[in-house]
Design a binder for this molecule. Structure first.
Ligand SMILES: [Zn+2]
Length: 560
């Protein structure tokens, strides 16, 4: 069912302002070949993949564990069975991803602040978490603390918190998220400049002695427990020859309480300085406090793997261009004897990836461009498998039309709507809207653009290299359920099961919605793979420059 704007009882402008994209034209009929492909989707088979991947045997699919061995074997078997060609030009389905595990021992970690005669030593875990990304057995650092606002230098938004101050050798204290300089339907958007990854990268570029991000639940998008859980225990990083020595000597989060104490010690008021940081004329504020940190690491090397298969495009002129489907196979493994099953995150995505491959193989003729099916490792460790692929692409990224990423999909039944995170950024919006229309569904933008979901899964590794992406999220308008039911179910999952051992298959799961969503992901990829031209970033998108640079570099390489 689709709705015409003119027939709505409320003014179309009001609906559009509420952010819903409406079907304005009659949808194109679904071609018989695609209907044949759709007929392969089966809720039973989708459930079987998830059941196996989330079983105790797979031990939570931690990289470098028995869970990796079993996951890789299963994915390769499935890719072979559905008839995918090995995606690595070396004739295999695997891409090796060398990782380095870094475990910072909390017992021997020290963080101390001194000012005048006073000393303040916050407690690891309760008050702060700290680590070094440098692959070294020991790290020590010392420097004067400087409050640097949001720690952002963003020419695109005419924002610079540093104002040319020399911050070499200083320890930066910065806020999470970004000031209100970008909006979507009246809501503040978190840009890449708001993400903690950017802030630590920027601190390193400035030659800082370290960087402390002040955690606040609202702007971060998650509570301190998530920060604590994510930054204790072993951390993985991509192995590299310079041992991450280009990173700052240490990186840390501190709680809001700790920040208040620290600022009080400096004779300053945190709230006042936080308010000052909302303004373009903000200048860095030296706190008159010295910070000192000491970290001892246990290190180990782990070879993990991405799994990749392909369907070669049917058009000789376009088959050296690519559309990628991604879904991370890894999850959190085991902690303290408990298995983190990751049934939804991301058994649901991997299962859909296999079944999309099967569906595409059922087409009488493959799409014109080549399709890649990529299941990446170490997403939960900071998008490492996809970052590795983007830095060592098996097919040129300048000729990669788009990435369609599936992570923690809808398992609670059919919805009328689907959410497109990152809507408004590229021409893929039109492809998604057309696919939704053809299937009688509607697309909504991210209802919470301030939480930075666009930066929190594997498609972002592609986006950073300029490849446009579709990052779908579950709809909330469940067919046959009362209003508010969908949001409640999602909120319950986030509160009780997300990144917890209880992310398991539940008796009330209904994968009919997963089939509907898979059809939509199929149509989007099918259209992108058949279109005359590759999609582009919209003017004004913060990601456009990366694509232009990538295309330019590719042109230079092909010229003598
Ligand atoms: Zn995930």
């Amino acid at each position: 069912m689709h709705t015409k704007i003119g027939r709505l009882p409320v003014p179309a402008a009001a609906i559009l302002a509420a952010g819903m994209v409406l079907a304005a034209q009659t949808p194109a009929p679904i071609p018989p070949g695609v209907q044949k492909a759709f007929a392969t989707f089966s809720t039973a088979r989708l459930l079987e993949h998830i059941r196996l991947l989330s079983s105790d045997k797979f031990q939570g699919r931690g990289p470098g564990t028995v869970g990796e061995t079993l996951s890789l074997r299963y994915l390769q078997d499935q890719f072979r069975e559905v008839g995918l060609t090995p995606g690595n030009p070396d004739g295999t389905y695997l891409e090796k991803v060398p990782l380095e595990g870094i475990y910072a021992d909390p017992k021997s970690m020290r963080l101390t602040f001194t000012a005048g005669g006073q000393t303040f030593s916050p407690r690891f875990g309760d008050d702060y978490v700290a680590w070094t990304k440098r692959i070294v057995p020991e790290a020590a650092s010392r420097g004067e603390l400087v409050f640097a606002g949001y720690g952002i230098d963003a020419p695109a938004f005419r924002w610079n918190d540093f104002k040319g101050a020399n911050l070499k050798g200083k320890i930066l204290v910065v806020l999470v998220n970004n000031p209100p300089f970008k909006f979507l339907a009246g809501k503040k958007v978190m840009t890449y400049y708001g993400r903690w990854t950017y802030k630590f990268e920027e601190a390193a570029r400035l030659g800082a002695a370290g960087c402390l991000i002040v955690h606040e639940t609202g702007p971060a998008g998650y509570p301190w427990a998530v920060v604590h859980g994510s930054w204790t225990g072993e951390q993985f990083t991509l192995a590299n020859l310079n041992k991450n020595m280009n990173r700052a000597p240490f990186e840390a989060w501190i709680t809001h309480d700790t920040a208040e104490k620290l600022f009080r010690m400096a004779g300053k008021n945190f709230d006042q300085l936080e308010a000052a940081a909302q303004r373009r004329d903000f200048h860095p504020v030296p706190l008159g406090v010295t910070g000192q940190v000491e970290i001892h690491n246990a290190l180990r090397e782990v070879d993990s793997h991405n799994v990749i298969g392909k369907i070669i495009g049917s058009d000789p002129k376009l088959r050296n261009e690519y559309v990628i489907y991604t879904a991370h196979w890894d999850h959190l493994g085991m902690h303290n004897g408990q298995i983190f099953h990751g049934a939804d995150d991301n058994g649901s995505g991997v299962s859909s990836l296999i079944e999309l491959a099967r569906a595409f193989r059922a087409l009488p003729t493959p799409p014109r461009r080549t399709l890649l099916f990529l299941s990446v490792t170490a997403e939960e460790q900071g998008l490492l498998g996809s970052e590795y692929y983007a830095e060592h692409p098996l097919y040129p990224l300048a000729r990669t039309a788009a990435d369609i990423n599936m992570d923690a999909l809808n398992v609670w039944g059919p919805t009328r709507d689907i959410v497109s995170i990152g809507m408004g950024e590229s021409t893929i919006d039109r492809t998604i809207a057309a696919a939704a229309r053809a299937l009688g569904r509607v697309v909504r933008p991210d209802p919470d653009p301030g939480k930075g979901f666009f930066f929190r899964s594997d498609h972002f590794s592609f986006v950073q290299h300029g490849v446009p992406a579709f990052d779908p999220d579950s709809g909330v308008d469940y067919i046959g359920k009362p209003a508010g039911w969908g949001q409640r179910i999602h909120d319950q999952f986030t509160a009780n099961d997300y990144h917890k051992p209880t992310d398991v298959i539940e008796p009330d799961w209904n994968l009919a919605g997963l089939v509907d969503d898979a059809k939509l992901f199929f149509l989007v990829g099918y259209d992108l793979a058949n279109a005359a031209t590759m999609p582009t970033w919209n003017p004004g998108s913060e990601f456009r420059a990366a694509r232009l640079a990538s295309l330019k570099a590719a042109r230079m390489r092909s010229e003598p």
